[in-house]
Ligand binder design. Structure first.
Ligand SMILES: Nc1ncnc2c1ncn2[C@@H]1O[C@H](COP(=O)(O)OP(=O)(O)OP(=O)(O)O)[C@@H](O)[C@H]1O
Ligand SMILES: [Mg+2]
Length: 275
């Protein structure tokens, strides 16, 4: 795989021209569980595989995507919001970045994020689906009107969690029950145990029993690795040296794309979307 080490990466064409892109959403019921870390790395990994990817930062008031990638966007979602209703165009507001994917940045000011409405967000997601193979959405914690609108647009929902203390597990259980009430198809939910094996007295098996379902993915606890990546503004999956966390994220992407056994094409459920 080519690692985009220089400041120039080729702008990628859609692999699946004419088919609406898939929407992958990173959501959680507790803060600081790794939504942004995973979304940024997932986007970088998909771009490395040659897909046209946009990562939209829908953490409207406290978005971190630009910080983690070390970019200063000229345009944000707020500029999109300010365009005339029938003339809004996401392609005028995205930021092209050196890692081969595009970013639709969160508003820069809290008040700009505050006035954003669900309709505009859905409009933006729909336009992005026309332009990209994969639209990744980083979101904020908890259920709001905007979250519900995002969920309706979501093909696969990634729910990272950190098993560090009881309230966060309780909140995750409530989150899963809420998704059930909303009739969000469980088959499209991926539970991710992030910071796996971090110092905690709570056993994974107990948590799975409480939640009534197992974790699909386990991502290692690598504080140094993540901090270094944020400091260097470079996704961990793009580091040249061997890194367990990077491998786990890449394996997760492979698994989701159905590329684990057969590297030739998409064989998983996502593959069927592109047939
Ligand atoms: N696998 C990991 N190993 C070690 N540290 C991690 C890991 N994932 C995340 N972290 C740490 O947790 C912090 C929060 O991660 P991140 O910003 O991705 O969470 P978030 O869910 O997006 O938070 P917020 O709710 O504020 O948006 C990171 O800055 C990093 O320090
Ligand atoms: Mg975040």
């Amino acid at each position: 795989m080519v690692k985009y080490m220089n400041n120039q990466s080729p702008r990628i064409k859609r692999k699946n021209e004419g088919i609406k892109g898939s929407v992958f959403t990173f959501f959680s019921t507790a803060s600081a569980v790794g939504k942004t870390v995973l979304a940024v790395n997932y986007a970088a990994d998909l771009a490395e595989r040659g897909y046209k990817v946009c990562l939209a930062d829908l953490d409207l008031q406290f978005g971190d995507v630009c910080n983690y990638l070390g970019i200063t966007p000229e345009k944000t979602l707020f500029d999109y919001y300010e365009q005339e209703d029938n003339q809004r165009d996401t392609s005028t507001c995205i930021t092209e970045i050196k890692f081969g994917f595009d970013v639709l940045a969160a508003p820069l000011e809290v008040d700009e994020g505050f006035i954003m409405d669900a309709e505009t967000i859905v409009q933006a997601i729909n336009q992005l689906r026309d332009d990209y193979d994969y639209v990744l959405l980083d979101t904020t914690t908890g259920f709001t009107g905007i979250t519900l609108a995002i969920l309706e647009q979501t093909d696969v929902l990634y729910l990272p969690c950190v098993v560090d203390f009881i309230p966060s597990i309780k909140d995750l259980k409530i989150g899963l029950e809420t998704l059930h009430k909303l009739q969000f198809d469980y088959q499209r939910v991926r539970l991710i145990l992030n910071r796996n094996k971090a110092e905690t007295q709570i056993s994974t098996k107990d948590v799975e029993a409480l939640l009534g379902r197992p974790f699909q993915y386990f991502i290692s606890n690598d504080y140094q690795g993540i901090m270094q990546s944020i400091k260097e503004a470079k996704p961990v999956v793009l580091t040249e040296s061997k890194n367990k966390l990077a491998d786990e994220i890449s394996d997760m992407v492979s698994e989701e794309l159905g590329e684990k056994e057969e590297s030739g094409g998409l064989t998983g459920w996502l593959g069927s979307l592109f047939k």
